[in-house]
Design a protein around this ligand. Structure first.
Ligand code: 13P
Length: 252
């Protein structure tokens, strides 16, 4: 069966020293009180090589927040999937709405990134989600279906390595979350698309995380939905107490 996962997305926060301290504090808290779900922290590129050796890989996985859409070469400022993997990181967030909105990432670019992540044995945490105007026009289903084109070219075996994250853009960093019912409805829809494409078994095995103003107060209710398999956490992943409280939402 699919895994429950709580993943942190640090975004562009924390100096190297602050990030190392955060990872150390989280690691100590989770080693002392083991989580019952998988936990991942996705950090800026420059933190990866310092963070992977200081966390216990039995309790915390480490990931990047992006990778290049090219293998290697003259792409100044880019970081390849192979470079990410060489730090010991196991995950990479791809298709985050901030990357799509501010850095022009298209379905085609993201298809390349997904392929390169998998070729380098990184688990993509692939993000989809609609903006407010699309939600208000009741277009969220069409929007997420179109975004899934960046992963629906994969074979069933390859797709089985992908984690999905549904993040309604209007809920990111706004303090406004999808209601539990809204989250369940669209997660079930996403799972139905996977079932149509790859069959029920693959769909049942796919972890679909919710992201967008997830916090210690709303996590338990969101995660209690049958099709919500955890969260992708922005702001609340920067404080160990809050992030751990969200992780502990999976405990009885
Ligand atoms: P917030 O939890 O800060 O709303 O961010 C969600 C997010 O974008 C995670 O990728």
């Amino acid at each position: 069966m699919r895994k429950n996962i709580v993943a942190g997305n640090w975004k562009m926060n924390k100096t190297l020293q602050e990030g190392v301290a955060l990872a150390q504090e989280l690691n100590a808290a989770l080693v002392a009180d083991k989580p019952v779900c998988d936990v991942v922290i996705c950090t800026p590129f420059i933190h990866l090589a310092s963070v992977t050796p200081i966390v216990d890989s039995a309790v915390i996985g480490v990931g990047a927040e992006n990778c290049a859409d090219k293998v290697s070469g003259a792409y100044t400022g880019e970081v390849s999937a192979a470079m990410v993997a060489s730090t010991g990181a196991q995950y990479v967030i791809l298709g985050h709405s901030e990357r799509r909105a501010y850095y022009g990432e298209t379905v085609e670019i993201l298809t390349e990134k997904v392929n390169l992540a998998l070729a380098n044995e990184l688990t993509p945490i692939f993000c989809i989600g609609e903006v407010l105007a699309e939600r208000e026009a009741n277009q969220q289903n069409e929007v997420v279906a179109a975004q899934l084109a960046s992963v629906f070219h994969l074979s069933a075996e390859e797709f089985g390595k992908v984690v999905l994250a549904y993040e309604p853009v209007w809920a990111i960093g706004t303090g406004k979350t999808a209601t539990s019912a809204q989250a369940q409805e669209i997660h079930a829809f996403i799972r139905s698309l996977i079932a149509e494409k790859y069959g029920k078994e693959v769909a049942d095995n796919t972890s679909i995380l919710y992201g967008g103003s997830c916090n210690p107060t709303n996590a338990k209710e969101l995660f209690s939905n049958p099709d919500v398999d955890g969260g992708l956490i922005g702001g609340a992943s920067l404080k160990v107490a809050d992030f751990k409280a969200i992780i502990d939402a999976f405990k009885a």
